[in-house]
Design a protein around this ligand. Sequence first.
Ligand code: FAD
Length: 618
Amino acid sequence: MIVVGGGHAGLEAALAASRRGAHVQLVTLDSTRVGEMSCNPAVGGLGKGHLVREVDALDGVLGRIADASGIQFRLLNRRKGPAVRGPRAQCDRDLFKRSAQAFLATSDVNVIEGEVVSLLIIQGCIRGVLLGAGTQLSARAVVLTTGTFLGGVVHIGEQSWSAGRAGEAAADQLSSQMREAAFGIGRLKTGTPPRLVASSIDWDRLEKQPGDNDACFLSFETRAVSEDQVPCHITYTAPKVHDVIRDNLRRSAMHAGAISGLGPRYCPSIEDKISRFADKDSHQIFLEPEGLRSDLVYPNGISTSLPADVQEAFVREIPGLEHALIHRPGYAIEYDFVDPRSLTHELRHREVEGLFLAGQINGTTGYEEAAAQGVLAGANAAARALDAEPLRIDRATGYLGVMVDDLVTMGVTEPYRMFTSRAEYRLRLRIDNADERLTGIGRSVGLVGDERWVQHQVKMEKLERGRTVLHAMSVTPKEAVDQGIAVRMDGVRRDGFALLSLRDVSFAELRTLEPELSAVAPEIAELLEIEAGYVAYLGRQADDIARLQAEEAQALSPDISYEELSGLSSELRSKLTVQRPATVAAARRIEGMTPAALLLVLSANKSAKRDRPSAQSA
Ligand code: FAD
């Protein structure tokens, strides 16, 4: 099989397919840029950190690469509940790339440098790809992960030119073929800030933001930091910065109307922030080092497509940056994406057999979103190549399931990024239990190697032993109070989980009540504490999940004629006709679906299923 693209989606797709046993050829424009971080040198964060843990649980590499190149680790939302905490690593850009390339070099993936100019599709079935040099590569399955390169156009102020990313050519021929073949192409945009020269910044005047002393890693396998740790710094825009930007808004590519694609609302450019939030006279900027041996700094918060001279003028008005030199101006990039509603939950194209898509091409943004889709698409392309079982992950099992379901049922109107609020079962989908949720599933389809599997089983056994001891405890209120644990004197005996779920009761306190708990290792005790905190909620959620899974399983007949179904709004009719949801749950999640419309669909489903056998026998 073939993977097109050596970005975060392509790397994971190729490695996942190879772990499953497929013979993989990875075609990419420049093999020295495999694993390139196109934008900020950081991995993880809220929602995104969950995805990285899930990639890791499936034996993907993003978490290990981020940890190996991490120069600052922070656990975001530390003061909130464990379900919404997000581990984040500031990475050394060069070390990150080197580590990514090392994983590829030690795998069985065959890397080919070249440009895929067209997909070879015969009678609705992928047969391979054609390279710019005229070479044809044949395959039963192809994964497309072209990032921002398809029809990419870079904008800085009044200037724009074709490019896939700063300094790299766009993939225009493939874009033309896919447009002609009516692939349902749309345009999106994203942007990046200017890069600053570190030695030109007045660091002493800035607020320092150190990392955590007790690093929370992105991979379950990492035990210690490998690199020196450095702080980030914080500064703010000031009224004069806003004046410069406001005076030059008409020169911004985005505001002058040069860009048609929509950008991420939650990650706006500095000119967007200033025009949308006109009442705010200051915005926070994080100055993030690009690496231990790099003299470059990434100013997170001022992504822009203003002309270079305006970027210089406004940067110099920012406290601490009065003498800052710009190494490379910020820019916006507009690119093609494929409507993800043309994909199944396996990230397989509905019309072209054997074609899979992952990453930014599906309308997402971010390394984490790309990597997670890469694992899924790679695993499923390998399944097609090897005639093996596909991999599907539902919304109750992982953020990966949430993202894919959102994409393929609702599509995107702006670049999609993960947030914890997108997951209805977020109390269950935590960073601490991503391995419990997914490593077994990964192992069952051949994604998880022996080494990780053995370690995982040892950990699961320890957890199970801890649970058994906690469940076997039976403590009266008096016994608990005698040990300083405040419980109601209601005469009810409690097990260890019930005690642990009480506010301010720690695992250590229970050890006096049950000496066997002393044998539980601290890292396992911590997991049990988190689990106990959610026990009551998880019980209730389990019923919802069972209902969801039953619904997921309830298939909708492909014979339903939505065009003729009366009572539906024309908008819903056309959405149902285009998307043809495979299940009741997928139909329910279509944007604008109402309970009344769903009843019509259910009744049409019944009729279609009733009519089917007689039609066949006629
Ligand atoms: P990429 O990492 O872009 O990789 C695409 C790969 O495909 C490359 O290796 C390329 O060589 C290869 N390729 C493309 N076409 C062909 C072809 N025809 N033949 C062979 N190989 C091909 N994410 C955020 O989370 N926050 C941000 O603020 C943010 N800002 C960004 C700003 C910019 C300017 C850019 C470019 C990206 C930004 N991103 C941001 C997005 C982030 O970089 C991507 O989401 C992520 O890298 C996508 O991974 P991917 O694997 O889909 O694509």
